[in-house]
Design a protein around this ligand. Structure first.
Ligand code: PCA
Length: 227
């Protein structure tokens, strides 16, 4: 039975509510019905540069997934973003949840400049946008903890499994929960700066349905090598 690892994050500086936990749980429920042969392991990662690397290494070791997808929120984006490139740099104006504020810091001293996602991002984008779903291909996951986890995920899985990162917009309930505490989008955290209000959102159920589709198409590549 193949195993899918799905990771999510909690709140962080300027973003008091993160939809990725609820979305990951809903995706797991949907997959229990649509892909009963798939074991789905949902895990939270800390929004911390150093601790997320350690946690991810432990989780990969424990779960030994055949597919790994990390989720993060990108405030200001209005579509589910299939991230294609992770870069070897931590740099952000905001600190992580441990107070660590990094500027132009390499993630892996001897690592390559960048990794590409090994999820079938092009095929997912074409198939799901043809169904009218709000998805985009993205060439920057920023330089905060999401890009960090994406880079570490690709570094540690070494291209041997389909793995990658997907940013999602905020949900309506996040905006309600944030009650004015939401800061303006931060580009390093994948956000879209310079956009005027209102902050775009997508419904949790729609985001879960899109991710279920992403995973179904990725599963097809496990059974059809080279697809
Ligand atoms: N988004 C942030 C970190 C955690 C999250 O959900 C980012 O895009 O870097």
């Amino acid at each position: 039975m193949p195993t899918l690892l799905l990771t999510y994050f909690g709140p962080f500086s300027g973003t008091p509510s993160n939809p990725t936990g609820q979305v990951a749980q809903r995706v797991a429920q949907l997959l229990a019905g649509s892909a009963p042969g798939l074991s789905v392991q949902v895990r939270e990662l800390p929004v911390e540069f150093a601790a997320s690397s350690r946690a991810l290494a432990e989780i990969l070791d424990e779960v030994q997934p055949q597919i790994a997808i990390a989720l993060g929120v990108a405030v200001g984006r209005d579509k589910v973003s299939l991230e294609r490139v992770a870069i070897n740099m931590d740099s952000a104006r905001i600190p992580d949840n441990a107070g660590d504020q990094r500027t132009d810091t390499p993630i892996q001293l001897d690592g390559p400049t960048a990794y590409f996602s090994t999820l079938p991002t092009r095929a997912i984008f074409e198939r799901l946008t043809a169904d009218g779903l709000p998805l985009e291909l993205s060439y920057s996951a920023g330089t905060f903890v999401c890009n960090h986890v994406f880079y570490e995920l690709m570094h540690k899985t070494g291209g041997f499994i389909p793995a990658g990162f997907i940013h999602i917009p905020l949900s309506d309930s996040d905006l309600l929960k944030a009650k004015g505490q939401l800061s303006s989008p931060c580009a390093e955290a994948g956000g879209l700066e310079g956009k005027t209000a209102p902050t775009p959102t997508l419904a949790l159920d729609l985001m879960a349905q899109i991710l279920e589709g992403c995973i179904a198409l990725t599963l097809e590549t496990l059974t059809q090598p080279g697809a």
